[in-house]
Write a new protein. Sequence first.
Length: 133
Amino acid sequence: MARKMKSNEVTTEVAVVETAAVETTVAKPAPVKVESIGSFVRRAVSENPTSSSKEILAKVKAQYPEAKTTEGCIGWYKTDMRKKGLLVGGRVGSKTPEGIKAKITELQAQIESLKDQLFVLEGDKAVAELEAA
């Protein structure tokens, strides 16, 4: 449809275009839920409670390269989970009965080695004095 308009003695023809309002809805992408470092650590510890703090820290650094997490942080999460009853046992290294027994065996071997060295240096009398004490 066209209309004629007069403006300052000039006739112009203006086209009137009718447009239909089309409503489009664009679906917003679902927000990506990023797992926090704390929940990542808790999940990693609960999945493998005998993992050392170093092993868990390596997983954290692989997932979150910019993280400033330390072994102490991992230890805090383990302790917190134990206090809340979420982690039963899970102790590793020298804190387990097996670890303590292994340490005793290792120290006994070192004592025997030192006794041998003392015998070489000072003779049988020094070893006898040591065992008497």
